[in-house]
Design a protein around this ligand. Structure first.
Ligand code: NAP
Length: 270
């Protein structure tokens, strides 16, 4: 898989795998555990190694399923992202949330731990101190944020004392390029990797003339064009796919490049 760096030198896959709705929405759905573990193992067998999950997903059950699926694989090969929910951003709560995620995932450390959403009611310094403590204890390797604006990201960066904020996970797709105005340039300048969530607009990358012509030119599907565009912008898309054919199609977004003039055409509007 193509690689992008996170932090100063950590090489991670340029394409990840999202897990929201696997094992429930915000509360657990235990009715299809065997099916979901199979789905996750299929993704891992196909080569997905950068896995995005959160304590919020399935009320924690998604992490349990990821943990179960991981058992048959070499943990060392994976880059596991999880997130702390905004009601858990006081110091002790953040520590506890991370420890609970570790238990559910049944792993010794989380590679990248994100603040899922900002919470203006809780001082960012408090949460960042807890995250830095978690790094010191070896429970997480890198710290990051999600859904943070430029200003919120700047405040989080200023609150760090020992470790950098290495990523901001935000909504980003060919149809929703708002982050390109300010956030993406700011993040690039500060070595903060953009992780692109909902990169396929929940499976609704519409047929437009521009996209169809491009798909034809490159011999790729619309979804592959959509994901390749984000990777070209040096963001890491994390599409969620339960269907094997979707997982395979999305991996086909790698290994080729959209030419600069076509990137520009996408930027002019679809
Ligand atoms: P998404 O990845 O844009 O779309 C997922 C949907 O697209 C699923 O219904 C999937 O179908 C379908 N799909 C996947 N590949 C496809 C393909 N090649 N052709 C047609 N349909 C395809 O949306 P998302 O789940 O909202 O976002 C991805 C991940 O980002 C989440 O799972 C989660 O990990 C993360 N996320 C983070 C935040 C945050 O606040 N940080 C918010 C939202 C999401 P099947 O499942 O049936 O295959």
């Amino acid at each position: 898989m193509r690689k992008l760096t996170i932090g100063k030198s950590e090489e991670v896959d340029a394409l990840g795998y999202g897990t929201w709705l696997i094992g429930g929405n915000s509360s657990p759905d235990y009715s299809k555990d065997d099916y979901y573990v199979r789905v996750l193992k299929t993704a891992f067998e196909l080569g997905y190694r950068l896995i995005d999950t959160a304590e919020y997903y399935g009320g924690g059950h998604t992490e349990e399923l990821v943990g179960r699926a991981l058992k048959d694989f070499d943990r060392k090969e994976f880059f596991i992202i999880s997130k702390v929910w905004p009601t858990h951003l006081h110091y002790d709560d953040t520590i506890k949330a991370a420890e609970n995620s570790l238990k559910r995932l049944d792993i010794k450390f989380i590679d990248l731990y994100l603040i899922h959403w900002p919470n203006p009611a809780i001082p960012i310094n408090e949460t960042i101190s807890a995250l830095e403590k978690l790094v010191d204890e070896g429970k997480i390797r890198y710290i990051g944020v999600s859904n943070f604006s430029v200003q919120q990201l700047q405040e989080a960066m200023e609150a760090t004392r020992k470790y950098d904020i290495v990523a901001n996970e935000v909504k980003y797709s060919v149809f929703d390029r708002r982050v390109e105005d300010e956030l993406l340039p700011f993040a690039r300048k500060n070595n903060v990797r953009i992780i692109a969530y909902t990169p396929l607009e929940r499976g609704k990358i519409y047929r437009t003339k521009v996209l169809e012509e491009m798909a034809k030119k490159y011999g790729k599907t619309l979804n592959q064009i959509a994901l390749n565009y984000l990777i070209s912008m040096e963001a890491i898309p994390i599409p969620k796919a339960e269907k094997r054919e979707h997982m395979i199609e999305n991996i086909g977004a790698l290994g080729w490049k959209i030419e600069e003039e076509d990137l520009e055409t996408i930027r002019r509007g679809l």
